[in-house]
Design a protein around this ligand. Structure first.
Ligand code: GLU
Length: 505
């Protein structure tokens, strides 16, 4: 196989949505798997849609995900420049070749005249299309002749170049994911290739650049499928061979209905952007990074949106993804995004972090709250509760009682824990604990359990009030571990507070 060269070609029209990141990821995995090159090309020919900061955002998001670029606006230059606005002098040549070869024509129709044609059609419940049925009644070089057209161009009349889509041609196109597809050119319109502002449209620039950059595989979102016949026609018209194509399935809303849109995250309470995006107007869109996701978890989750490894294995490092990934195993059907599954992935990555690393992330959060436990104690606390959280930020909720004695008791749990004989039991446990020099979890467990057995009591009768005293509610790790960490003095204090509280009520 020739050297694989793939490209991720975003338009800097705003932040990169997770669907875009997935496209970049699949390109990257494919490139790495085949020892190929990953190219980042910025498609910024539509100046009206250019959004400041979008390019930087794209680079930052890809870097956060660990998607490395071999050639792009900052790397490599053999096939550059990699920003289409810096290649603008390159495209008109190809538009002219197409005109000369009878594949394209010059059109002078003004936006106003086209708008009025659209409205006229709409009033008859029809749609206006610039195509083989209408092109001969419109203001273009097919009707007035190229000579007259050239005169108008020289006079400064605004014009565009349109592709002359054949009236009826069957196109058989193979897509790695979708297999063989057939299109009839008669249903397609005469797309604009070159605009009055002297810049190419996406279609022309994309084809020219893919050819000049020697792209071997075009891997992109399903939304580009309708453009595929035009692109293939353009390759033929320019006498170039086509790259291979792979159109990735859509990412669907959690309901399974409809494409996941940029606005869904805020509506449904999960991020759709890899990293946070702030608009000029001051709106903030949540990012996975800022929401506490590990990039590895985010990437792992994304990889499985549409790709089926064919086994039960769900956790993949980037290297494993590179080894196992295959475009043949990408589904055609849309992939439903499940925000709960995204959290599950983060949980899996979190519990695999070392306790030390999690503690280092957690410590600054505690410091902000005014606590400064020693590293060893906090590492132990983290080890006890990490199985219960998906994000480091959730650790506080699971550990607050280690730092603050309960200020009140959870009503329902108090009812369950406190019975008539509770004061007596709790007092006995207090005495046992007070008598221990060895305040280790194992020793305390041993002593308390022996006492429970000797008195033939139910375990809950003792453990529930004890937990209530220490934690204030039913949550938390093993009670004896909590005792050990709190230490004798603090534990006894909390038991006394509960005893007093019971007596007062
Ligand atoms: N510039 C297009 C986009 O914004 C690229 C489509 C393609 O990969 O051909 O997605």
């Amino acid at each position: 196989m020739e050297k694989v060269r793939v490209r991720f070609a975003p338009s800097p029209t705003g932040p990169l949505h997770m669907g875009g990141v997935r496209t970049a990821l699949f390109n990257y995995l494919f490139a790495r798997k085949h020892d190929g090159s990953m190219i980042l090309r910025i498609e910024d020919t539509d100046q009206n849609r250019y959004v400041e900061g979008a390019e930087e955002y794209i680079m930052e998001a890809l870097a956060w995900c660990g998607i490395e670029i071999d050639e792009g606006i900052q790397e490599g230059e053999e096939f550059g420049p990699y920003r289409q606005s810096e290649r603008s002098n390159l495209y008109s040549r190809y538009a002219n070749t197409l005109i000369e070869n009878g594949w394209a024509y010059v059109a002078f129709d003004t936006p106003e005249s086209l708008q009025s044609l659209r409205e006229k059609a709409e009033s008859k419940k029809e749609t206006f299309t610039y195509d083989h049925k209408t092109r001969h009644q419109l203001d273009n070089s097919l009707n007035i002749g190229m000579e007259a057209a050239q005169k108008r161009i020289d006079n400064g009349d605004a014009y565009v170049v349109r592709f002359e889509m054949p009236e009826s041609k069957t196109l058989n196109i193979r897509d790695i994911i979708r297999g063989d597809m057939h299109f009839n050119s008669g249903n397609l319109d005469d797309k604009v290739l070159f605009k009055s502002d002297g810049l190419p449209t996406y279609h022309l620039a994309n084809i020219v650049d893919d050819h000049l950059m020697e792209i071997t595989h075009v891997i992109r979102g399903e939304e580009w499928l309708p453009s595929l016949p035009l692109h293939v026609m353009l390759y033929h018209a320019l006498g170039w061979s086509t790259p291979e194509f792979a159109h990735l399935p859509l990412i669907l809303k959690p309901t399974g209905k409809g494409k996941l849109s940029k606005r869904d995250g805020d509506k449904m309470g999960f991020p759709v952007f890899p990293v946070e995006w702030k608009t000029k107007a001051g709106d903030v869109f949540q990012g996975y990074r800022e929401n506490g996701y590990y990039p590895e978890a985010f990437v792992n989750m994304l990889a499985l949106l549409g790709w089926n490894p064919g086994t039960e294995k769900e956790l993949f490092s980037m290297d494993e993804l590179i080894t196992h990934f295959d475009l043949d195993k990408v589904n055609k059907a849309g992939a439903r995004f499940d925000p709960e599954k995204a959290k599950w992935f983060n949980h899996q990555y979190l519990i695999r972090q070392s306790n030390h690393d999690i503690t280092e992330e957690f410590m600054p959060m505690l410091k902000k709250k005014g606590y400064q436990p020693d590293m060893d104690t906090l590492t132990t606390i983290v080890s006890l509760v990490k199985e219960r959280v998906s994000f480091v930020s959730e650790l506080w909720e699971q550990t607050d009682f280690f730092f603050e004695a309960p200020s009140e008791y959870h009503q329902k749990f108090r009812k369950k824990a406190v019975k008539n004989d509770t004061p007596e039991i709790l007092q006995s446990i207090r005495d046992i604990l007070a008598a221990q020099d060895d305040f280790s979890s194992a020793n305390l467990e041993n002593k308390v359990k022996t006492w429970i057995e000797n008195n033939e009591l139910g375990f809950g009768k003792v453990m529930n009030p004890l937990r209530l005293a220490l934690v204030g509610e039913g949550k938390g790790p093993h009670v004896f571990d909590i005792l050990e960490i709190l230490g004798k003095e603090e534990s006894l204090k909390r038991i006394d507070v509960l005893l007093e509280n019971i007596q007062d009520s």
